[in-house]
Design a protein around this ligand. Structure first.
Ligand SMILES: Cc1cc2nc3c(=O)[nH]c(=O)nc-3n(C[C@H](O)[C@H](O)[C@H](O)COP(=O)(O)OP(=O)(O)OC[C@H]3O[C@@H](n4cnc5c(N)ncnc54)[C@H](O)[C@@H]3O)c2cc1C
Length: 441
């Protein structure tokens, strides 16, 4: 098939912009359609995790990240007076993936970084202020189309793809303020899930002077922001209200992520309530998963590789959406009974790095992300690579070998995919748990 582009991306939000960068890095001729000219001005996502920071590192944006991200210090479920009921997890774990577990940021700043970075890739053409043409036209100009066109995806609708409904629909009011002086008033450093029987809420100490509150609403209700925020000492003299909007939180996952040469990614494929801060992160995982597979198929890999996009990503997105629902339901449970603590207060340290849908038939850690001690990624070539515990390991298939004993989970070597997930392991030498690997880093 002769087309002008390898990939046409519809939508230049965080999913589309990350995918455009990944396609650019992979050498794919790419066109992006975005109907607006500037990134959406109001921050929606404000949290991202280590895996996502690592993706941006791989795209050469590490220096920007140090400016745009703030390490997040933890998440407490608290009573209405701010007294801790339980801490969701230890955010201070050693950084297994080369980055801290959780960061806060301001979404328009992050999107601006992704857009600027595209200057490195002249073979990526961005058509801002341009409505995407109809699907048949997109398919005539590109080998593949990736719909990153958000929750109301017209492409998903045109394809007649429906959502599997995980049955979570609630209306919340989201208020963002910028403090005039970050020390006034004194606010918690941790994210608070506020288990107030009168009104469930979330507080997020975001990047820089940004602070966020979210409150559950009754049907038809609207809150006066300043009256609500007065309880935290926030008022018109010490803060500017930069956003005060209602959102309907849903948990929905598309029943099908691919139709022929068209793929869905990001909010076009899934939506989840924001209690775990994973909506955008999930879209970026989609972009990472599809990008290397498109590049591999262009380079001659079997087109059947593309079938694994949905089989790997859909179960993961569903699991994360379910976890987000549970994090929200925990608020209501603790508000009703502060003693009704969740059982699993100490989660698996590899929780986000696991792909439940990935079945390569291997033993642990197949399907997990490669750890990143000592800035390992900067030493890895692009593409498939063996990471070995010592120099005695000989590549069985001609793929390059990089020695880094702290990254092999006790195996002699692990075969790492282009997206840095582990695809195969070779000959166990030492038995170690993931926790001990984390501790050693
Ligand atoms: C209150 C709130 C808090 C959140 N907090 C977090 C968080 O902390 N962490 C997190 O990871 N996620 C969070 N999320 C979710 C996150 O904001 C979204 O998942 C993410 O922004 C979706 O990115 P996207 O690129 O898939 O879609 P979008 O950002 O919606 O981008 C879609 C783009 O496609 C364009 N487009 C659509 N149709 C066309 C067309 N026909 N032609 C041209 N252009 C088109 C649109 O203009 C838009 O720019 C939160 C969401 C909300 C609402």
């Amino acid at each position: 098939m002769s087309t002008s582009f390898d990939v046409a991306i519809v939508g230049f939000g965080p999913t589309g912009a990350t995918l455009a960068n990944l396609c650019g890095k992979a050498g794919l001729r790419t066109v992006v359609y975005e109907r607006s000219t500037l990134p959406y001005s109001q921050p929606r996502a404000c949290h991202l995790d280590a895996e996502i920071a690592r993706v941006f590192q791989g795209l050469g944006m590490e220096a920007d990240l140090h400016r745009l991200l703030t390490v997040q210090h933890g998440m407490d479920y608290v009573d209405r007076d701010g007294n801790p009921l339980f801490t969701f997890e230890a955010f201070e774990r050693p950084p297994m993936l080369g980055w801290h577990e959780d960061y806060v940021f301001v979404q328009p700043q992050l999107e601006a970084m992704l857009r600027t970075n595209l200057e490195w890739f002249p073979h990526v053409e961005v058509r801002l202020g341009t409505e995407a043409p109809p699907l048949d036209q997109l398919l005539a100009e590109a080998s593949w189309v990736v719909a990153c066109d958000g929750a109301r995806s017209e492409i998903r609708q045109a394809l007649g793809i429906r959502f599997h409904d995980l049955l979570y629909h609630q209306t919340w009011q989201v208020m963002d303020v910028v403090l005039h002086d970050v020390t006034v008033p004194t606010l918690p450093k941790e994210i608070h899930q506020i288990c107030d029987p009168d009104r469930l809420g979330t507080y997020v100490p975001s990047h820089g002077a940004y602070r966020r509150w979210e409150f559950q609403l009754a049907e038809g209700e609207e809150l006066d922001a300043w009256s609500v925020l007065a309880r935290w000492g926030v008022n018109e003299t010490n803060a500017t209200l930069v956003r005060n909007s209602q959102y309907r939180f849903h948990a929905l996952v598309a029943e099908q992520w691919r139709a022929g040469r068209v793929f869905l990614a990001g909010d076009a494929a899934h939506m989840m309530p924001p209690f775990m801060g994973q909506g955008m992160c999930s879209g970026i995982r989609d972009a990472v998963n599809i990008a290397w597979k498109l590049a591999a198929v262009k380079d001659g890999a079997s087109p059947s590789l593309l079938e694994s996009y949905e089989s790997e990503r859909r179960p993961h997105a569903e699991a994360v959406a379910q976890m987000s629902i549970e994090a929200g339901q925990t608020l209501a449970r603790l508000a009703a009974d502060p003693a009704d603590l969740p059982v699993a207060a100490t989660p698996d340290p590899t929780r986000w790095s696991r792909l439940p849908g990935l079945d390569l038939g291997g033993e642990f850690p197949v399907g997990h992300l490669l750890p990143q001690p000592n800035r390992l990624d900067d030493r890895l070539p692009a593409g498939w690579v063996w990471v070995a515990a010592d120099e005695n390991f000989e590549s069985p298939d001609g793929l390059p070998v990089v020695v880094e004993p702290l990254a092999t989970y006790g195996h002699h070597a692990v075969l790492v995919r282009p997206d840095r997930y582990i695809g195969e392991v070779r000959s166990i030498t030492i038995s170690r748990t993931p926790e001990s690997v984390v501790t050693e880093m």
